[in-house]
Design a protein. Structure first.
Ligand code: BG6
Length: 476
């Protein structure tokens, strides 16, 4: 008997802004991803003030799935995918975010896409907000600093819930909602919350305020979605990268514990419906006086999620700064400690398959909810040799992680719903804006400079994953 349950959701994951292209087609508005330039591992992406002539914006065309979706869905079906995770680009439905009426052409595009998936028996798994909010909501309202964003998001979610109530069952609210707290850098604040630091701003306070509004919005749409269709499964979506202490020094242990708390308190709110005690104390000490009303607290309690979706790429090592004895809040530098026991990817991400089993156990112990691994994969350089792409490194990465998933299910009793490797088809990297940082099992002929025919080719990993799915994970 196979380790994975019958109906296990083997699939692939992407996000609208990273692969659709068609940035101005069908009445789409400008999203925050449309104002981010291409970078690389050493050159951060720039967030420009609107669209600037002469800049390279890789998400504008991406891999042009918008015009290739039939061909691509056919390949997904050939791979045997049971589900396909993507997001609905908010700006296709509400181009500016604050309109009264949705854009019919945008709604029609997702009808067409979902019909095409369902034709092959592929279940859509949909993220409502994946780093692509309307740019207008940033320039006019200050992003998620503003409580008004709750209403705009609820309206957007309600429209798509109603429209696709018979086509989509699995939803997630905010992609990797916890990046902003874990990393606190410009990229994560902008992609999560549409926040650009203003001079003199207490950016940490703004981050907590924005996060609160997002969680209220998330809890509201969980309740609305369940009313629209009681069969909906609506999940949280976390970036899961466990923090390990750098040494047996209790300071390092406390630091890594606090790093876990500071990264995963979102799950406390979204799964348990309330803020953890340590964080309320922290808000008090900082004298933040956040706008968290009693009505908000009721909403949070009533809008807990059905499952936890999460991404897993890497673990992290955390080291306490010298003499630290009180807060143990981590800064980026405290979390960028190398792990001498493990290899890294070409982009320096620690490769740690056992960390995935640890994450599955940790989340189960803490929240006791079904789990869904909605992103995992290796960003790597690929080469085309005589029309073929041999990617044994990617197969090894995925195989090693699936083995740990199997142990978590079989030995640890974790309730796992599915597994959707990230970037099932090559796409634009969110972090660096590159095309050559490839995750796909399907190759797309396009490079960092934006050159290429957009022709699709199957990598070796395509055939391998096909056999994994066909055997329900037995044949690795
Ligand atoms: C997650 C995101 O952070 O990781 C994806 O949800 C992203 O959008 C993925 O693409 C991999 O990160 P990157 O920076 O390599 O694209």
């Amino acid at each position: 008997m196979s380790t994975f349950p019958k109906g296990f959701l083997w699939g692939g994951a992407v996000a609208a802004h990273q692969f659709e292209g068609g940035w101005q087609d069908g009445g789409k508005g400008i999203s925050i991803a449309d104002v981010m330039t291409a970078g690389d591992n050493n050159k951060p992406r720039q967030i420009t003030n609107g669209i600037k002539a002469g800049e390279n914006y890789p998400n504008h065309e991406a891999i042009d799935f918008y015009h290739h979706y039939k061909e691509d869905v056919k390949l997904f079906a050939e791979m045997g995918l049971k589900c396909f995770r993507t997001s609905i680009a908010w700006t296709r439905i509400f181009p500016n975010g604050d309109e009264d009426q949705p854009n019919e052409m945008g709604l029609q595009f997702y009808d067409n896409l979902f019909d095409e998936l369902l034709k092959y028996g592929i279940e859509p798994v949909i993220t409502l907000s994946h780093f692509e909010m309307p740019y207008h909501l940033v320039t006019e309202y200050g992003g998620w600093r503003n409580r008004k964003l709750i209403d705009f998001f609820v309206k957007f979610a309600t429209v798509v819930f109603k429209r696709y109530r018979n086509k989509v069952k699995y939803w997630m609210t905010f992609n990797e909602i916890n990046n902003q707290s874990g990393m606190m850098n410009d990229w994560s604040l902008f992609t999560n919350s549409g926040i650009l630091k203003q001079s003199g701003e207490d950016i940490r306070r703004s981050m907590y305020q924005a996060s609160h509004y997002e969680m209220v919005a998330s809890a509201l749409v969980v309740q609305i979605g369940h009313k629209i269709n009681p069969d909906f499964q609506i999940g949280a979506m976390l970036a899961m990268g466990p923090a390990y202490p750098a040494s047996p020094d209790p300071h390092d242990m406390m630091k890594s514990e606090r790093a876990m708390q500071a990264n995963y308190w979102y799950a406390d709110v979204q799964c348990k419906g309330k803020y953890p005690a340590w964080l309320l104390k922290y808000f008090e000490r900082q004298q933040y006086n956040l706008d968290i009303t009693l009505a908000d607290q009721d909403i949070l309690r009533a809008g807990t999620v059905d499952y936890i979706g999460f991404s897993y790429y890497a673990s992290h090592v955390v080291q306490a700064s010298k003499n630290e004895t009180v807060d143990f809040m981590a800064q980026d530098a405290d979390t960028s400690i190398p792990n001498p026991t493990l290899p890294t990817s070409d982009w320096g991400w620690i490769i740690d398959p056992i960390g995935l089993r640890y994450a599955l156990n940790w989340l189960t112990d803490r929240y006791d909810l079904p789990l869904f691994i909605v992103e995992n994969g290796l960003g790597a350089f690929d080469t085309v040799e005589a029309g073929q792409i041999h990617d044994p490194y990617r197969i090894t990465y995925l195989r090693d992680h699936i083995k740990q998933m199997a142990l978590a299910v079989k030995i640890d009793g974790v309730r796992l719903m599915g597994y959707t490797p990230w970037g099932i088809i090559d796409l634009v990297s969110a972090g660096t804006g590159q095309m050559d940082k490839r995750y796909g099992l399907i190759y797309v002929d396009k490079n960092d400079a934006g050159e290429g025919s957009l022709h699709r080719m199957k990598k070796d990993s395509f055939k391998w994953f096909q056999q994994v799915i066909a055997s329900n994970g037995d044949n690795l």
